[in-house]
Design a protein around this ligand. Structure first.
Ligand code: ADP
Ligand code: MG
Length: 637
């Protein structure tokens, strides 16, 4: 809240004027920019909220049937007043207390929203897909209304404890305690003059059919002739209980928008009914874009749980592993008890079994998508690939399936596109080659131009190029795939298949000559504090030197991660490999004393930089380099 001004008004007690949270104001602005041509979705959003409210009441009434009062049948009404140009969406649901009204209709609960919104550039603000990253919701009413009134009474509360919220969406709202007879919530929109097209029975009915047909409660409207009881406009049956063949893609998409609170379309979905020992229905969706809080460990995740078609909870995270946290949808079980709690879910054998079946189902859905629609799969990978990688560690039982879903940038792919799979790699392996080679670096550019690829690249070997923060950690858990070993080319001696890399006279293992041996010893002496070994490289063509890790040493990325989390990490030093044929190495060999030591240290420092890593003492490096530059002959005047 930004300000509170109390001003008692006639007919209402405790009326207060409050300011919207900054985030809400930003969202309202953004919505008007990006969704103007979609503003009819306001009705879908209000009906979606009404349905959620009815669901919540039905759930609460399981423990406290009194809450239903004399109105056990829950429905949703859409009322039009063509004279007054108002539309009301009315539910019999859980309602809100005064505090809830102020919190729910004045703020946005998801942390980080403000930051996300303020980072959007002008161009992005016009992009209706972006707003989908955090849903649209109640505030969409202000796209068509210049005043919105909400009259609500929390189930169980007395009529005198009702609340009246009102706002023109310009920055402030009022709340007052007011008598509200019927339980539930009435949202009344006073249409803007340019939105009067919506003050039309037929238009509203068409919108309900288009967007809200799947809502599990009847959505009632007055009959066209104004006579008789209101009639249901939608089917009023929970979508997932209907046979797959009866459900159109459009209905699946609208249902997704309702459960996922997402504006965008999903990439794909999987709808299954399981009968027999366990009976449950699942309808799982793959979103197209990542929510902005995907990496927030406290963000809500998981599916909506129903038991025998009664809504039980949002965000039931026990039904899928953490690495599939992007999946949205519903699970409806016939075996769980209606008063199941989160604590019980954690230990329930039924839940464990459903979880492992759903996990397989999602992995199969992904595998199928990858096979049938590479473009959509690419979108999925771009949005959620790094989350899926966590599965290599988290779910070793499904590791091969998960590994098959990974996509990489590689020396054989175009630009920075991540489009090579491990199966592609294996299919392209030359006769007698048995390893899957990869290289991890700080940035895509740093890996692609790494000295480690010089000889391999010339030989046409494919190397997978990784540069995400999670890669070094995740890849540790995948020592092999389909019988092929995964090998980091920046570790150990360079071998391709059983053969040392060909085409170089200075193959590791081959004895260097006497002079070379002498040089290696001198470099080692100069750098003994920082390197474990100095040897002749089979990796290099254009660069004078590179750093190599031991097979079991921690890589620099992982080391940083562990150190940052406060763990002590065992000391390990890299090996420096030199390119015997490089002219700089020749020059080095010809130096003595301090000059030799300085030059050797520069070699080490540039090898470190070429790996995209930080120098321990960058200032000293710059001084060394400048000294050398000053030694260059001055140009002729
Ligand atoms: P979302 O539905 O994604 O939570 P909304 O902006 O649509 O976001 O709604 C914000 C919140 O306002 C809801 O989570 C709910 O707590 C409350 N709310 C909105 N409409 C109703 C309603 N008809 N009955 C009860 N609570 C409601
Ligand atoms: Mg909503």
């Amino acid at each position: 809240m930004t300000e509170t001004v109390d001003k008692p008004a006639a007919g209402a007690s405790d009326q207060a004027t409050l300011g919207f949270q900054t985030e809400v104001k930003q969202l309202l602005q953004l919505m008007i920019h990006s969704l103007y041509s979609h503003r009819e979705i306001f009705l879908r959003e209000l009906i979606s909220n009404a349905s959620d409210a009815n669901d919540k009441l039905r759930f609460a009434a399981l423990n406290d049937p009194q809450l239903l009062e004399s109105e056990p049948d829950l429905n949703i009404r859409v009322e039009l007043d063509p004279e007054q140009k108002t539309i009301s969406v009315v539910d019999d649901g859980i309602g809100m207390t005064r505090d809830e009204v102020v919190a729910q209709l004045g703020t946005i609960a998801r942390s980080g929203t403000g930051e996300f919104l303020s980072q959007l550039t002008g161009e992005q603000q016009k992009d209706s897909q972006l707003i989908g990253q955090f849903g649209v919701g109640f505030y969409s009413a202000f796209m068509v209304a210049d005043r919105v009134d909400v009259m609500t009474r929390r189930a169980g509360a007395a009529p005198e404890e009702g609340v009246h919220w009102s706002s023109d969406g310009q920055g402030e709202f009022t709340v007052a305690t007011e008598t509200v007879e019927p339980r539930g919530t009435r949202v009344r929109l006073h249409l803007k003059s340019d939105a009067e097209e919506f003050a039309d029975q037929y238009r509203l009915r068409a919108l309900i059919n288009k967007y809200s047909d799947h809502i599990a409660f009847p959505v009632l409207m007055a009959q066209a002739d104004g006579e008789g009881e209101p009639e249901a406009v939608n089917q009023g049956q929970a979508l997932w209980t209907r046979p797959r063949t009866d459900i159109s893609d459009e209905e699946y998409v609208e249902f997704y928008r309702h459960v996922a609170h997402d504006f965008a379309e999903p990439l794909t979905w999987s709808h299954n009914k399981v009968e027999g020992k366990r009976e449950y229905t699942s309808l799982l969706y793959l979103p197209a874009t990542a929510p902005f809080d995907l990496w927030d460990r406290h963000a809500a995740r998981g599916v909506k749980l129903y038991v025998q078609r009664v809504f039980i909870m949002d965000d039931a995270e026990q039904f899928l592993p953490l690495y599939l946290r992007f999946v949205r949808g519903v699970v409806d079980s016939n075996d769980l008890s209606l008063n199941v709690s989160r604590e019980i879910l954690q230990q329930d054998a039924n839940v464990m079994a459903i979880r492992s079946a759903l996990t397989k189902r999602v992995l199969d859905m992904l595998t199928k998508l990858a096979k049938d629609d590479a473009e959509k799969y690419g979108k999925f990978w771009g949005a959620f690939g790094n989350v899926l990688k966590e599965g290599l560690a988290e779910d070793q039982g499904n590791q091969e399936k998960i590994a098959g879903l990974l996509r990489f940038n590689s020396t054989h792919s175009e630009g920075q596109e991540q489009d090579r799979s491990l199966d592609d790699y294996i299919a392209g392996l030359a006769e007698g080659r048995d390893d899957i080679l990869y290289l991890i670096g700080e940035t895509p550019q740093a890996v692609r131009s790494s000295p480690h690829l010089e000889v391999l690249g010339e030989q046409g070997e494919e190397v997978l190029l990784l540069s995400d923060r999670i890669d070094a950690w995740a890849l540790q858990f995948l020592p092999e795939y389909k019988g092929k070993k995964l090998r980091d080319v920046a570790r150990g001696e360079l071998r391709v298949g059983d053969q040392p890399a060909a085409g170089d006279t200075s193959i590791e293992g081959a004895e260097p000559d006497k002079d070379t041996k002498q040089l290696l010893k001198r470099i080692k002496r100069a750098l003994r504090e920082d390197v474990d070994e100095v040897r002749v490289s089979a990796r290099l063509k254009d660069s004078p030197a590179c750093l190599v890790l031991g097979e079991d040493d921690l890589g620099p990325g992982l080391r940083e991660m562990l150190e940052a989390s406060g763990q002590t990490v065992p000391e390990s030093k890299p090996t420096l490999e030199i390119n015997q044929g490089h002219p700089l190495i020749g020059r080095l060999a010809a130096r003595e004393g301090d000059q030799f030591d300085e030059l050797a240290r520069l070699l080490l420092e540039q090898a470190t930089l070429a790996d995209g890593r930080q120098l321990g003492d960058p200032g000293a490096f710059v001084r060394r380099l400048n000294k050398l530059l000053l030694d260059l002959d001055a140009p002729d005047e």
